[in-house]
Design a protein around this ligand. Structure first.
Ligand code: GLU
Length: 304
């Protein structure tokens, strides 16, 4: 267990510029951490989907909104040896198995009795050595899955309360050797002393798996706050396709980062329409209990 002082964090994937939805989540992560006396950390989840230079632009954008964080920014690609060590430990402890299934085989397999919808069907859980050797000889590289000993786990979420969700034999190392997000996020949060995880509520259903893995590693799961997403007028999760949604796009339309923060603050009920308030002021007003529980629908006319 880490002895470091408690921390919150924002953990973007540097796959492009942050859009207003990402920025709003980052602002919330900062507010939750800073108003509870926590350190605030940034971690670049760049094991896949990284675009050259996107990390720098993301940090610049976060700083432009007024966020500050404790250095150094951690890059997951610098921690591959640590993930490999943990995967080895889990393997030696009999907590894993190799899985040769393709995505299609998983979808087409009959599900195990009593297994929740969408759970790994258990195909490779009990392969014999001979069966495993045969698959390896056929040239299929295996992924590594956790041998879960429960089918559900309960987490505590500051917005969703006590949330129970599915745990299955999830992948901790992909078949190309890359540590899976669900492994890296747990290892890193524990190593960095993160005890408060604020992120988009699209990840709420992943939290039980991650918290369960934390307990397998002897860690106390963090407290979560899964915050509502930002959606476009069609109620689809905001993306770059929605036009001017990054600080750079908006700056090109004459919208300053102060105004972007002002809109985010208003959407959170922390500022009046048009009021420009800096982050310390928003922190004074911040009350998790009063946060909106529904998505923010962002209309293109928002910035006019
Ligand atoms: N890197 C993930 C994302 O950008 C977030 C992971 C997390 O906060 O746990 O969606």
């Amino acid at each position: 267990m880490s002895t470091q002082h408690a921390a919150g964090r924002y953990a973007p994937s540097p796959s492009g510029d942050l859009h207003v939805g990402n920025l709003r989540t980052a602002v919330l992560a900062w507010l939750f951490a800073r108003t509870t006396g926590r350190r605030f950390l940034i971690r670049m989840e760049n094991l896949d989907r990284a675009v050259d230079g996107a990390d720098r632009r993301q940090l610049d954008d976060l700083a432009a909104l007024g966020l500050d964080w404790e250095e150094p920014v951690v890059y997951q690609t610098d921690r591959r040896a640590i993930y490999a060590g943990i995967i080895d430990e889990l393997r030696s402890a009999g907590r894993t198995f190799e899985c040769f299934c393709t995505r299609r085989e998983i979808l087409e397999a009959p599900s195990a009795p009593h297994a929740p919808q969408g759970a790994y069907p258990g195909t490779c859980r009990d392969l014999t050595d001979a069966q495993r050797a045969e698959k390896i000889a056929a040239g299929r590289p295996p992924a590594v899955r956790i041998r879960a000993e429960t089918s559900e786990f309960t987490v505590t979420d500051l917005l969703h309360g006590s949330y129970t969700g599915m745990v299955d034999d999830f992948v901790i190392q992909r078949n190309d050797g890359t540590p899976a997000y669900n492994l890296a996020v747990v290892v890193d949060d524990a190593a960095q002393g993160v005890d408060q995880v604020v992120r988009g509520d699209d990840l709420l259903s992943s939290a039980p798996r991650q918290a369960y893995l934390a307990t397998l590693l002897g860690e106390t799961p963090p407290t979560y706050a899964h915050v509502p997403m930002v959606l476009n007028p069609e109620h689809v999760r905001l993306s770059k396709r929605d036009g001017a949604v990054t600080l750079a796009d908006l700056a090109a339309r004459g919208v300053s980062s102060e105004r972007v923060l002002a809109h985010i603050a208003r959407s959170l009920g922390l500022a009046a329409p048009g009021e420009v308030a800096d982050l310390p002021t928003l922190a004074e007003r911040f009350d998790p209990a009063a946060l909106p529980r529904t998505p923010w629908i962002l209309h293109p006319g928002e910035w006019d």
